[in-house]
Design a protein around this ligand. Sequence first.
Ligand code: ZN
Length: 292
Amino acid sequence: MFLRKITGIFYFFLSLLLSVNVLNAKDPIKALIVTGQNNHNWKASSVILQKYLNESGIFVADMAVSPEKGGDMSSFRPDFSAYKVVVLDYNGDSWPEDTNRAFLEYVKNGGGVVVYHAADNAFRKWKEYNEIIGLGGWEGRNETDGPYVYYVDGKEVRDTSPGHGGSHGKQHEYKIALRVKKHPVTKGLPAIWTHSKDELYDRLRGPAKNLTVLATAYSDKATGGTGRDEPVLMTINWGKGRIFHTVLGHVGGESTHPAVEGASFIVTFLRGAEWAATGKVTQKVPDDFPEK
Ligand code: ZN
């Protein structure tokens, strides 16, 4: 009788433990895509990003859509603090001061951020935003915004020479090379792989504090580039927050969007988002990930 009681209690606690684990496994990571203004086709890109996040089985993604360019931004107040990761697909009018403050508070307290493509064009004059993105381009950026960061002969260069920040040659397929192989985002990825047709940002410059370049791509002068290995995947730490910055994923007005449709973009985006949210990556690199 006593033994049965003990066994019963044991199984009760075992089932409790299992149910907690099952709950944890099913507890999705809350993600918020911030969009609504961009010099890109945000109506397409934001839906594509949301689909990838939701279909991954580990995220559930909401959307915060700002008023249109020139509209009244005063009511644009996403509740960043309700999320583990904020995906920035926004390049437009300034947010209200309260929203800026709430965003910085969110990152400072450990909130994750994914800086996606032209989000690194935004808010040139917002100092902390530029620290969070690490590197940016366009909007008149120049040597006063920070150094260029690129690789030459396998070594990272921080170049303070004068000149404009942000450019790209014509869209093409290109190789991406890992610079850090043991980071949770990159672990298990091939040393070099082929990325689908996309823009390749170059001449990015910014504060570049607490910035790690995870991967670069050679920006060939033949396609209008710099002749340097330019950063394409980066991490930045700001406060307690983790930031994953991908320059990949141009989405324009065309009916197809090859830059975001291949495994190269999808896998690195989802791994970066999970790391930004939790500091870990539980996803396996799929067998069909492109090799060189
Ligand atoms: Zn673009």
